[in-house]
Design a protein around this ligand. Structure first.
Ligand SMILES: [Zn+2]
Length: 500
């Protein structure tokens, strides 16, 4: 039995997004539990598809004693403020130091954090953790599939492993995998060494889905290489919205035999390099997407419109109105859009009550170029308190607290309903609609503020999925961002122009 310190600090940073992640954002948690310190973190994540929970269960099953340090996560947004970064990391490191001696450390990290003061957030987290425990204690971390992995991260950790699914249905499984690597190092007394390669092109997140090509094949081949290679392998397509030197795709592997890891990692790098052209994706202009959905969608087999550029899971605030405006202008029938994040409108609906018809200034409050509030009359159809538990494959068991919610029906286009929530959350689970009395399957058109995570729960009910390019801060084509810190020589989209 070993004594293992457990901690976590997750943020996915879109440096081009409108709002930063301050300490309050980590206290809110963004759909996951709010910031936790010490023992309470174990019960806070219990039963959820969260990497730390997978690791905790695996380590306990292997007979280890656990010490909770700090665990915190916030919704994707612009930079983590210096204040939030130092507060949370100091808690984690201080609690780790007072727990010493420990035999090992497990960390639940995202891998794409940019803090106001550190471009490579996780590099700095791992550096300080390594500094606290010294060179002899093994440190293993799990990472998101959207990690932008850096040389510092691989240098300070003994082992890193990333999710292999997008939608991320394997978050807890990945935590468990990191935990087993830690256990293996402790049992055998053999440390691991890593090999790491960056790819030289960026891909938009909409084309990174692991049940579409090319990722489906890449992850299958990764599994085969791993079985043969005696090495744990990861491929991270990365998060192409973080403006810093190491943004982008990478492959890495850890093994007690560095030579073996090098061979497997190079094979995997070649597979990803050869897949470049297959990462291109079709993006639909708003008006055309709504026209197609109106023709094609039927109750029982809706067309899903993914409002990818305002995805709260990629730094959007979930309040742009481009897609809503097109649905209303075209008089769509049996259409529902969600979640539109607008606490003021939710409150207005709660004050007016069900049945009331009144003027709303819906959404459009984040100052996004080309976007504005949608002004119009809506009838308040139904209210909710925003408290429910998700049931889809990815968010299963997560207890949501989205604040006051409301269903609003457009007076100008009575076939269009909007599900308004008060706290930012990606529309990735059907319960977000059922909570306010809407069964998504019965609609002809379901418009979702999400890029890919929705596919876990919504793709099975969809006749078709169209990725829509409406105004928002999470640009689907990385070429369109104004990169200033990215390393030179990277192609800004598959087979696209080179960043000079
Ligand atoms: Zn992710």
């Amino acid at each position: 039995m070993a004594r293992i310190a457990v901690g976590g600090f997750q943020h996915e940073t879109n440096t081009f997004a409108p709002s930063k992640a301050d300490y309050a954002a980590f206290e809110a948690g963004g759909g996951w539990p709010g910031a936790q310190y010490g023992e309470p973190m174990f019960s806070a994540v219990e039963g959820a598809n969260i990497p730390a929970e997978g690791a905790i269960q695996a380590l306990r099953a292997l007979g280890h004693a656990l010490v909770g340090t700090a665990w915190a996560a916030a919704n994707p947004s612009a930079h983590v403020t210096a204040d939030a970064f130092e507060k949370i990391l100091n808690e984690l490191v201080q609690r780790l130091k007072s727990a010493m001696p420990v035999d090992g450390v497990y960390l639940d990290l995202h891998g794409a954090m940019v803090a106001e003061t550190f471009d490579d957030g996780e590099g700095e987290i791992l550096r300080r953790v390594r500094d606290a425990v010294g060179p002899r204690v093994p440190v293993a971390a799990s990472l998101d599939l959207h990690a932008n992995v850096t040389p510092a991260m691989t240098r300070h950790a003994d082992a890193l492993v990333a999710y292999r699914t997008y939608p991320h249905v394997d978050m807890a499984d990945t935590g468990a995998r990191a935990a087993r690597l830690l256990d293996q190092m402790l049992r055998t007394g053999q440390r691991m060494d890593g090999e790491f390669r960056q790819l030289d092109y960026l891909t938009g997140i909409s084309s990174q889905c692991s049940f579409m090509e090319p990722c489906r094949t890449i992850y299958r081949e990764l599994g085969e290489l791993e079985e043969k290679g005696g090495c744990t392998l990861s491929f991270t397509p990365g998060f192409p919205m973080a403006d810093f030197a190491d943004c982008g795709m990478s492959v890495f592997g850890f093994s007690k035999d560095r030579g073996q890891a090098g061979v497997a990692v190079e094979k995997l790098r070649r597979i990803v390099a050869d897949s470049e052209k297959d990462f291109a994706i079709e993006l639909h202009p708003v008006a055309e997407a709504v026209q197609r959905a109106r023709r094609r969608g039927k109750p029982g087999a809706p067309v899903i419109l993914a409002d990818t550029q305002d995805n709260p899971g990629a730094g959007g605030n979930g309040d742009t109105t481009g897609l809503l405006t097109a649905l209303i202008q075209q008089g769509a029938k049996d259409a529902v859009l969600g979640l539109l994040i607008d606490p003021a409108s939710a409150l207005l609906a709660h004050d007016a009550g069900p049945g009331a018809t009144l003027a709303f200034n819906l959404g459009g409050k984040s100052g996004i170029m080309g976007d504005a509030p949608f002004r119009g009359e809506f009838t308040v159809e139904r209210l909710g308190d925003g408290k429910f538990t998700c049931t889809g494959p990815m968010y299963k068991g997560v207890r949501m607290t989205l604040g006051p919610m409301a269903v609003l029906r457009s007076r100008a286009a009575p076939g269009v309903r909007v599900v308004v929530a008060s706290r930012k959350q990606q529309a990735g689970d059907q319960e977000m609609f059922r909570h306010v009395g809407i069964e998504p399957r019965r609609s002809r058109i379901v418009a979702l503020k999400s890029s890919v995570h929705f596919r876990a729960d919504f793709q099975p009910i969809a006749a078709d999925v169209l990725v829509v390019k409406a105004p928002g801060p999470a640009l689907a084509d990385p070429v369109e961002f104004k990169w200033t810190k990215l390393r030179k020589g990277v192609r800004l989209r598959p087979l696209g122009p080179v960043h000079a």
